[in-house]
Design a protein around this ligand. Structure first.
Ligand code: SF4
Length: 447
């Protein structure tokens, strides 16, 4: 067993950016308790799984991972294992019953209880903490010791939309916005720790409403834009039905807000959009895209598409394909539909077989790859501002950064550029990234 001063924690994160954000907070809390993070679960004294139940495959992965930890617990009986996130919320105490090697279970609203849960687990207490609603006391600002250049800040939790396929309103609860003052304090603390780019997170940021002062999301962006020392702001996710002119104007007018938006369509078929309870038609969605591009022509658009929703016909599917061709997204997350607990779609007739869903997904992704490559190739010759993150994953002597629109650009340059803003000219568009060359004016853009 590790000595008192040598405790190690492994946090395994599944799912979305909200979970990644919660995991960062957990790591910060565990650091305060004297735990050092480790990549390898075999070396840990505490393992925390931050789980996702949005798709069945993600949930299955969690169960197989937890199952494998049984061996570790046998070898190291002092090992503490906790399961957090959406699967924990969904299953609650029954997880502890089914998996005797687990010590505690906690939902997304109980993240700040982690130190207490760990302390009590060390004293032998097994428990599930899954009540929804704000935790007692202040949410707390937890800044990681070395947060890096980019960080996330949650502006709201939960969702009131009840899309018919989605488990989020059941496992994350109803929509709750965080007070703007608390968000601004967290942004300022992160900037003081060296962060230069913030991504504001929420299931539906467009319906943000400051409970203390009445600011809407565009107003919040304006306040974050004023934070000194911060260079870049991104946000996700925007629900198409709630995309108002104020937010479009903020994207166009606020210098630190990057020209990128994730605007999930989910389907191109009006019949399915209705069955999904999305609250807009294809035509209304396209009108939102048109309004956005009219004001911010350089905006990079992303989307989610579900294939194989119950009752999806070949014609419905072709309408999703044609939506891709019409909008020409820069990035796309596409998934096969899977039944989720509690949801209305789970009870619908007309489920499609896995082969049909699989072949539609392959077709959709092939179309998006072709569109993405063409869009990237069209960037050749453009001059872009990059925030340099560090050496490129592939290619010697190459550095990598992100453009304002969020595209990855790799270019030859010295390692000292990491953490700086530079200007590059795009020389080539590839499937997943762009190649560029550094422009001599770089010095003017350094921090
Ligand atoms: S907007 Fe719909 S898909 Fe998104 S989290 Fe809410 S219910 Fe789920």
């Amino acid at each position: 067993m590790a000595s008192h001063n040598d405790k190690r924690v492994h946090i395994a994160t599944f799912g979305c950016q909200m979970n990644a954000y919660d995991s960062e907070r957990m790591a910060g809390m565990m650091a305060h308790m004297g735990y050092t993070p480790v990549q390898n679960p075999d070396q840990a004294d505490l393992i925390v799984l931050n789980t996702c139940s949005v798709r069945r495959r993600a949930e299955e992965k969690v169960y197989s991972y937890v199952g494998e930890l049984k061996r570790l617990k046998r070898e190291k009986p002092w090992l503490i294992i906790g399961v957090g996130g959406c699967v924990a919320q969904q299953e609650g105490y029954s997880l502890l019953r089914r998996l005797p090697h687990l010590d505690f279970v906690f939902g997304p609203d109980a993240v700040t209880s982690l130190p207490e849960l760990v302390t009590q687990a060390l004293q032998g207490k097994r428990q599930a903490r899954t009540q929804l609603g704000p935790p007692p006391g202040p949410a707390g600002i937890i800044v990681p010791a070395d947060p890096g250049l980019r960080a996330m800040v949650t502006v709201m939790t939960g969702c009131d939309n009840f899309c018919s396929y989605c488990v989020v309103p059941y496992v994350r609860g109803r929509e709750r916005s965080r007070p703007a003052g608390e968000i601004l304090d967290e942004v300022a603390a992160l900037v003081a720790a060296g962060v230069r780019e913030i991504t504001l997170l929420g299931q539906n940021v467009n319906s943000y409403h400051d409970p203390d002062g009445g600011l809407d999301f565009a107003g919040l962006l304006a306040r974050v834009n004023d934070v000194e020392g911060l260079w870049r702001i991104r946000f996700t996710t925007s629900h198409p039905k709630d995309l108002g002119q104020g937010l479009i104007d903020a994207l166009a007018g606020l210098d630190k807000v990057m020209e990128q938006m994730h605007l999930p369509a989910q389907s191109g078929s009006n019949r399915l959009l209705k069955a999904m309870n999305r609250g807009y038609t294809r035509e209304q969605y396209l009108e939102q895209v048109r309004r956005l591009r009219e004001k911010v022509p350089q905006v990079a658009l992303g989307s989610d598409i579900i294939v194989g929703f119950p009752g999806e016909t070949q014609k419905d599917f072709e309408q999703s394909l044609s939506l891709l061709s019409e909008v020409r997204y820069d990035f796309l997350y596409s998934f096969k539909y899977s039944d989720r607990p509690f949801t209305k779609a789970g009870r619908l007739e007309g489920k499609l077989d896995e082969d049909t869903k699989g072949s539609r997904l392959v077709q959709l992704q092939a179309l998006q790859r072709a569109i993405g490559l063409e869009e990237h190739q069209a960037q050749a010759g453009r001059v872009e501002e990059l925030l340099v993150e560090g050496p490129a994953k592939h290619g010697q002597g190459l550095m990598s950064g992100r453009s304002r629109a969020g595209r990855v650009v790799n270019f030859p340059g010295p390692p000292e550029l990491a953490g700086r803003l530079v200007m590059v000219r795009v020389t080539q568009g590839r499937e997943n990234s762009l190649a560029g060359e550094l422009l001599p004016a770089t010095g003017e853009y350094t921090a």
